[in-house]
Design a binder for this molecule. Structure first.
Ligand code: PEP
Ligand code: MG
Length: 583
């Protein structure tokens, strides 16, 4: 190919991190610390003092950035900067740097870079995804300190982006936080996963993003253009005009569809023939309540209470839990908040307690709570205290059978009696429920529904345990197939058992927020669907344009099929008929 012939279109697949489509010229972010000279320090103590001053200035800078992020995105997104401040307080790191200066006699910039790189390498080589991603926190903070020492501005490089697609090996949380939809059209990284802070921030900022794109940096160069499909996890380098045109149409269609579904967002949750159901929000923090109201959730169907523990990366006190829970209940303004009791373990690790060889099959959720009455009691007391401000429900995760459920209920009752004797009176009677996400629970569902006011199906885990497919393992992702007939028939069994007993049947796994699946779930007998709030408008639209009768027929047809491809086609055809019918 001659030097001036156009570069060909190249398609790369990565992990879909934040939905939307962005297209434009690339801005390749060159990261990593600047090359620093290694020189002999004239005065070692003066070098140490310069380092202390740089640490101090960086602390102030991060505290300021944290405040800005609190105002823009809320407290939970800003918690990332607490981790950064901890790096700056890390006694081992600071000691290692000052020792290095005194031992080698070299300048502080060089010594700091040596030590920081050692720490980054250690974290980068850790097996655990969560800890490995902390390497970017250290890189972020040390980059800022280096800027102070050298008078450079690498950490703010992203500010230079002008309506471009940012391409980087990896992005630090503060680089992502300094992005705005006014300048950054999308971003793509070679490293990273969906659980990384950058991916989490991209979703909050509504910037389309794809992460974990192998070979990305070899495939792009300055002057290239790029189209990023954050929903499909697809990156197209130098898209042809035909590709751009097809995406332009896609974007227009997405926008007009969103407007159409948003126009009905405040309408009642009922089918065309008047059957009611409830659409609720999945939340992880008080800040998520804003979206819940925007998209008119009729309460919270799943409050992932472990998120507070993960954000703090520590065990919160009862008081800290109470403060957060009370805030959520107040913000719910009289609508029900369903607290899921602590579901640590699995991929949600906290210290050594949940560090084990086979975590998804291990010391997780209700197992941990029943084994640690101190932790469980503190959480239940905090929930009961928050229940004074508005209606709440409590559900227990990972219930495997009736004995375990009874133990959880008895423990709860003991704490409830203690709190009542102290004058803590819930605003409304507290309903108790069990999550159905272990196949054993689905098998004995008739016994479980006799014990509770509601059940809520955690399809994320139910699918993984029913099919024996780790939900987080990329290599076997194609085996994680919710349309497997075993899943559909298990769901039918759960809902019909709940209906016979007059118990509310909810779904709070990701399938509830999927417009292909919601009609089937309601047709099979679910009466509540809880999902991330931005999913509500689509789901509300499709259900409001369906009759209970046709949803039931859809469910009967799905249950009769013994083939996942046919089930998927059935669901897709149904959804398409609703879209076409109304366009
Ligand atoms: C589920 O398993 O479907 C669920 C809602 O819980 P989590 O995703 O938190 O395990
Ligand atoms: Mg679960």
């Amino acid at each position: 190919m001659s030097a001036d012939s156009p570069r060909p279109e190249v398609r790369l697949k990565g992990i879909a991190a934040a939905p939307g489509v962005g297209q434009g010229s690339v801005y390749i972010l060159t990261q990593g610390m600047a090359i620093v000279a290694c020189v002999r320090a004239v005065d070692q103590e003066a070098e140490v003092r310069r380092f202390e001053q740089a640490l101090h200035e960086t602390r102030l800078e991060i505290a300021k950035l944290r405040q800005e992020v609190v105002e823009r995105l809320g407290e939970s997104e800003a918690a990332i900067f607490d981790a950064h401040l901890l790096v700056l307080e890390d006694v081992a790191l600071i000691d290692d740097v000052t020792k290095e200066v005194r031992k080698t006699g070299f300048n502080i910039e060089f010594c700091f870079q040596e030590v920081a790189q050692r720490y980054i390498t250690i974290f980068e080589n850790i097996e655990d995804d969560f800890l490995r991603e902390r390497a970017s926190d250290i890189r972020d903070v040390t980059g800022r300190v280096m800027d102070k020492l050298m008078g450079t501005k690498s950490a703010q490089a992203v500010v230079a982006v002008e309506k471009q697609v940012v391409v980087a090996k990896d992005l630090t949380p503060s680089e992502t936080a300094s992005m705005s939809t006014d300048t950054v059209l999308a971003f793509v990284t070679q490293e990273g996963g969906r659980t990384g802070h950058s991916a989490i921030m991209a979703r909050a900022l509504e910037i389309p993003a794809v992460v974990g794109v192998r070979g990305l940096l070899d495939a792009v160069q300055d002057g290239d253009t790029m189209l990023v499909d954050g929903e499909a996890g697809l990156v197209i380098v130098n898209p042809t005009s035909a590709t751009i045109d097809s995406y332009r149409d896609k974007q227009v269609a997405i926008k007009s569809r969103r407007n159409r579904v948003m126009a009905e967002v405040a309408l009642p949750d009922e089918t065309t023939d008047g059957t009611h159901y409830n659409l609720l929000a999945n939340i992880g923090s008080p800040e998520d309540m804003e979206d819940a109201h925007t998209y008119v959730a009729h309460g919270v169907g799943l409050y992932r209470t472990e998120n507070l523990f993960l954000r703090l990366d520590d065990w919160p006190t009862e008081e800290q839990q109470f403060d957060e829970y009370a805030e959520v209940v107040r913000q719910a303004k009289g609508r029900l908040v369903t607290f899921r009791t602590l579901d640590l373990g699995g991929d949600k690790k906290l210290g050594d307690l949940t560090d084990e060889a086979n975590p998804f099959m291990g010391y997780r959720a209700i197992r941990l709570c029943l084994d640690r009455p101190d932790i469980f009691a503190a959480q239940l007391r905090a929930i009961l205290r928050a229940s004074v401000y508005g209606p709440v429900a409590v559900m227990f995760p990972m219930i495997s059978g009736v004995e375990e459920l009874r133990r959880a209920k008895e423990f709860y009752q003991t704490i409830a009696v203690q709190m009542a004797s102290k004058g803590v009176v819930p605003k409304a009677p507290i309903r108790l429920g069990a999550m159905i996400e272990i196949p054993a629970a689905a098998v004995v569902i008739d016994d479980l529904v006799a014990e509770v006011d509601f059940v809520s199906v955690g399809t994320n885990d139910l699918v993984q345990y029913l099919l024996a497919v780790d939900r987080g393992n990329q290599r076997i992702a194609s085996h994680y197939e919710p349309a497997n007939p075993a899943v559909v028939r298990t769901l039918e069994r759960i809902f019909s058992s709940a209906a016979k007993k007059g118990v509310t049947a909810a779904v709070c796994g990701e399938l509830a927020g999927d417009p292909l699946w919601a009609p089937l779930l309601i047709g099979l007998g679910a009466t509540e669907l809880s999902m991330s709030s931005p999913s509500i408008p689509e789901v509300r639209f499709i259900l409001r344009h369906s009759s209970a009768k046709e949803l039931k027929l859809l469910a009967q047809a799905a249950v009769a099929l013994g083939d996942s491809v046919k089930i998927k086609n059935l669901l897709a055809d149904f959804a398409l008929s609703k879209v076409k019918h109304r366009s």
